[in-house]
Design a binder for this molecule. Structure first.
Ligand code: ADP
Ligand code: MG
Length: 258
């Protein structure tokens, strides 16, 4: 069996008396797209933030490319090839879009010299890839919410990650905008190469409430409920699992495309 790209073992996160994550264990394999779903407050964002180094786990271990990254700084984790986007977009509103992307890829610089030029090219590639290349010189402040979500993804891919964590990439988007981003995600994964950016397949973990859209693009699904892994399986298995349906009862959720 292939070696996992990411191994999460017994990950626990407490906020005072509240256990937001309890002994969460799973692996992500190279080239996989995995959905991370679960009712509101089940711990999805907390899990991603622990993986990104924004939060420090209370217990448990995170291994990425065979190395223990538990409690490492976010920039160190990005440099190793694990990057995430935020549920709430956080652009530098007064900087042009292209600078927003360049700032993100600064973290991964190896040496200066030709670097700035390369970084600019790569930032432009990333913007074109998500479909907002024509907005490169506009301030981020003028972008629509849909375009800001795309900028957020451009910032992540410009760091040339091996594993990308997307927190609600379709959040607040209409169906047409959702389709645009879903297509970028599929292309990013499947093509494996875009512009001068990527030569290898990229793995992804996607948190999303729009399950019908999500189920079309993922290989596996991890379901969280009250901070614990409820089940892990194929999209078909998971959406028909009575445990999962029960966890979602009374919640607004659509499993199947209409
Ligand atoms: P999800 O993304 O699945 O909706 P979250 O990870 O945001 O869930 O939240 C999981 C639980 O942890 C919730 O009960 C939430 O209120 C709590 N929580 C999240 N972040 C914090 C924090 N910084 N401090 C205290 N409690 C938090
Ligand atoms: Mg969340």
């Amino acid at each position: 069996m292939t070696t996992p790209l990411l191994e999460v073992d017994g990950l626990t996160k407490k906020f005072g008396g509240l256990t937001a994550l309890n002994k969460v264990t799973f692996s992500i394999y190279p080239g996989e797209i995995v959905a991370l779903i679960g009712p509101n407050g089940s711990g999805k964002t907390t899990l991603l933030h622990n993986l990104m180094g924004i939060l420090t786990p209370t217990a448990g271990e995170i291994t990425f490319k065979g190395q223990d990254i538990t409690g490492n700084h976010p920039w160190d984790i990005v440099r190793r090839g694990l990057v995430g986007t935020f549920q709430v977009v956080k652009p530098f509103r007064n900087l042009p879009c292209i600078m927003n992307v360049m700032v993100a890829s600064l973290v991964t610089r190896k040496k200066w010299g030709e670097w700035t030029k390369r970084m600019e090219t790569r930032a432009m590639d990333a913007l074109e890839f998500v479909g907002i290349g024509d907005m490169a010189l506009e301030r981020a402040a003028v972008l629509s919410h849909g375009d800001l979500k795309r900028l957020e993804i451009a910032r992540a891919i410009a760091t040339e990650p091996a594993l990308m964590l997307l927190d609600e990439p379709f959040g607040g988007l209409n169906p047409a905008e959702t389709e645009l981003i879903a297509n970028s995600i599929r292309r990013l994964h499947k093509g494996g190469r875009f512009g001068r950016l990527h030569s290898e397949e990229i793995s992804m973990v996607i948190v999303e409430h729009k399950l019908a859209d999500l189920m079309r693009i993922v290989d596996r699904v991890i379901v969280l409920n009250f901070g614990e892994v409820l089940t892990i399986g194929s999209p078909e298995m998971v959406v028909n699992d009575p445990k999962v349906i029960k966890a979602y009862i009374g919640k607004e959720v659509v499993f199947h495309a209409s």
